[in-house]
Design a protein around this ligand. Structure first.
Ligand code: HEC
Ligand code: HEC
Ligand code: HEC
Ligand code: HEC
Ligand code: HEC
Ligand code: HEC
Ligand code: HEC
Ligand code: HEC
Length: 443
């Protein structure tokens, strides 16, 4: 009797629980947000846009954003701030309100988010557009480098002083979205920057892909690993891109090796010797042996990045990041091996540069008048001889794969797609040079 009574209570409780959790779930799917606070001017924008059924996606996503919740409207972003760049202010619009601009300046965001805008400006993303323009100038306006074409898709992150919707997309502007590694994927993948590939199939990335959907993304990065023993299973237990590259939520992205994994000065004398040949090969030294204008132009505003001091400060920062989970000694060992891998690549690439340089010197192959004074391994897809193309691949593709495979801890990239290929490239370049010289002497 007693057990039957309790049994039926349990069943009723169970049914109630089911009902409540069902309701909660339903409520979640049909979640209605509080009506956004809309000021006088924004009311005009929204009413007309709604009536004409234009920019539905903007209206819908904005409605669910923190901005709508806090009364930040279309006006605050789409009417340019007085300090906005002239490229925005001087532009035109298809909107009926002629004060409106589609492009939004970070100066508009700065009114409310000063820290993030200042940090962004101090990082490499802010220079991404300038890099491209300077490179185009250095290349004499070749079609492959036109900024509005293929390169712009990614390098636009630095245009108009910064595109803040690159990681938290409009019009949700969600911080949680930007914390996930997919937010970086579109740009940080492929050819000479396979950051996504090397990360996603590393052990860190594999844990993310198995467990990531269950992790809680609403907390700030700086709150994730404060107290290891109090951590819950929903705290990301493996690092994602922003754990390592935006620690503390800092919007200034930089790395130690930075500029394509190079720096100007070096305490290691062998490596320093290599690097001089290297920079020469990139056309970064002029005939007198000084840093050429091309390099200055590309790294303008970031020259400090090529120094040992900058390198060490960034490295120390990264070791602190790893130390949230591993011991500092553990990550130091990883970095020591990774640095050695980059050095090993450089040794072989320098051999290849010297071979190609010999061919130029002896008149076996002709160096293009259009490009840098020296044989240039940064000229992307404009080669006159297959041996130059192979050298470019060796530098820009295989070396970057070895470098990222080493630092993102991905053995397949470090070895198979990187180092093993570099060794093959050198043999191939040696063989190609031999036969070019043979052909030359037969003529
Ligand atoms: C927090 C800033 C912000 C707010 C608030 C905002 N926008 Fe935007 N909006 C942007 C950004 C950034 C872009 C992308 C601009 C670009 O192309 O570089 C954009 C793009 C657009 C576009 C063109 C892209 C498309 O998909 O059609 C429209 C239209 C637009 N916004 C309408 C609105 C309307 C309407 C509102 C108000 C409900 C609004 N926006 C509120 C920042 C904002
Ligand atoms: C009387 C109607 C009307 C009002 C008021 C209005 N818009 Fe528009 N808006 C339009 C139309 C029409 C377009 C063009 C749509 C198209 O051709 O696809 C447009 C386009 C836009 C675009 C895209 C601009 C571009 O050049 O690509 C943005 C952003 C925008 N409106 C924001 C606003 C904001 C912010 C306000 C309020 C300050 C506003 N609109 C007020 C009708 C209006
Ligand atoms: C819209 C494209 C785009 C997105 C999205 C993007 N980046 Fe970048 N990122 C770039 C470009 C382009 C550069 C190179 C800028 C330069 O030096 O010219 C860069 C540079 C960097 C660098 C500096 C590399 C160096 O040479 O020191 C880091 C670190 C970085 N990004 C991390 C991230 C992270 C983490 C995310 C995601 C949260 C992200 N990025 C999202 C385009 C993007
Ligand atoms: C008029 C002030 C104002 C302007 C302008 C503004 N924001 Fe915000 N933003 C806010 C407020 C308020 C919040 C909510 C803060 C909170 O809840 O902690 C917010 C939150 C955010 C968040 C975090 C959302 C989240 O998921 O936690 C992001 C990202 C953001 N804004 C980006 C931007 C960008 C990018 C721009 C410019 C294109 C911009 N904001 C312009 C006031 C503004
Ligand atoms: C490379 C990707 C990326 C770009 C570009 C980017 N953000 Fe963010 N943003 C993030 C990440 C990741 C977070 C989460 C930071 C954290 O958890 O502390 C974030 C958070 C924010 C927040 C919320 C901060 C808080 O503590 O709640 C604001 C506001 C913001 N970003 C504004 C901006 C502005 C303004 C720009 C343009 C100058 C910008 N972001 C560009 C990745 C980016
Ligand atoms: C466990 C930490 C960690 C994670 C996770 C991580 N990285 Fe890295 N990343 C590094 C380290 C360490 C380096 C090498 C830094 C150095 O010493 O120069 C690096 C280098 C880079 C560089 C510089 C490449 C260059 O050309 O100089 C970029 C860009 C980058 N990572 C982006 C990303 C992106 C995007 C993701 C996510 C898909 C990611 N990283 C995930 C630690 C990490
Ligand atoms: C898929 C996105 C993407 C495209 C397209 C792209 N880039 Fe980049 N670029 C990046 C990223 C990400 C970085 C930084 C990471 C790195 O250095 O490995 C970068 C870095 C660079 C750098 C080194 C800048 C520095 O300061 O370290 C140069 C130079 C460059 N890109 C030129 C170009 C040119 C020229 C094109 C067009 C032919 C182009 N990029 C197209 C994403 C892209
Ligand atoms: C959020 C915590 C976290 C951070 C931060 C972190 N790791 Fe890890 N790491 C893990 C976890 C979890 C594993 C898998 C379990 C294990 O091997 O301990 C792992 C595994 C590794 C492995 C073994 C990989 C393999 O294939 O077996 C290495 C090496 C490593 N991490 C290096 C680093 C370095 C270097 C950094 C900093 C650039 C770093 N980790 C940052 C959590 C982290």
């Amino acid at each position: 009797m007693k057990s039957k009574f309790f049994g039926s209570i349990y069943i009723s409780i169970f049914a109630v629980c089911l009902f409540v959790s069902g309701c909660a779930e339903m409520a979640q799917h049909t979640k209605k947000v509080a009506a956004p606070k809309i000021s006088g001017k924004a009311k005009e924008c929204i009413e007309c846009h709604e009536k004409k059924k234009i920019s539905n996606i903007a209206l819908r996503d904005w409605q669910y954003s923190k901005h709508a919740e806090r009364g930040v409207t279309c006006v605050e972003c789409h009417i340019p701030d007085v300090d906005a760049s002239s490229s925005i202010k001087g532009g035109s619009t298809i909107c009926d309100n002629k004060d409106v601009r589609r492009a939004v300046s970070p100066k508009n965001c700065e009114v409310c988010h000063e820290d993030q805008v200042k940090q962004f400006a101090a990082g490499k993303h802010a220079g991404a557009w300038k890099t491209l323009q300077n490179l185009e100038a250095a290349q004499g306006g070749s079609a492959a480098f036109k900024v509005e074409n293929d390169c712009a898709g990614c390098h636009r992150i630095g245009s108009d002083e910064g595109k803040c919707d690159s990681c938290h997309t409009r019009h949700r502007f969600s911080a949680a979205e930007a914390r996930r590694p997919e937010a970086c994927r579109t740009c940080h993948m492929g050819g000479d920057h396979p950051q996504w590939e090397t990360y996603s199939s590393s052990k860190h990335g594999s844990i993310y892909s198995i467990e990531g959907d269950d992790w809680f993304w609403e907390n700030s990065i700086s709150e994730w690993y404060k107290e290891p023993l109090l951590e819950s299973p929903v705290v990301p237990r493996a690092p994602v891109c922003v754990t390592c590259h935006m620690s503390e939520g800092n919007h200034a992205v930089n790395t130690a090796w930075s500029f394509l994994g190079m720096r100007l000065s070096d305490d290691d004398p062998d490596w320093k010797k290599h690097r001089e040949i290297y920079f020469n090969g990139l056309g970064f030294f002029n005939e007198e042996g000084f840093v050429a204008d091309e390099l200055k132009a590309i790294i303008s505003g970031h020259e400090g990045e090529l120094s040992s001091e900058f390198w060490q400060a960034e490295r120390d920062k990264m070791i602190k990041v790893c130390s949230q989970c591993h011991t500092a000694g553990y990550s130091r060992d990883v970095f020591k091996k990774a640095d050695a891998a980059v050095k090993a690549c450089d040794e072989l690439i320098v051999k290849a540069i010297v071979i190609v340089e010999g061919l130029y010197k002896d008149g076996v192959i002709k160096k293009s008048a259009k490009f840098f004074p020296h044989k240039d391994i940064l000229k992307f897809n404009k080669f006159e001889n297959p041996i130059e193309e192979r050298l470019y691949k060796m530098f820009a593709d295989r070396r970057m794969k070895t470098y990222l495979g080493s630092f993102h801890i991905n053995p397949a990239y470090q070895h198979g797609y990187g180092w093993a290929e570099i060794k093959q490239d050198l043999s191939a370049i040696e063989a190609m040079a031999d036969s070019l010289r043979k052909e030359g002497s037969e003529k």
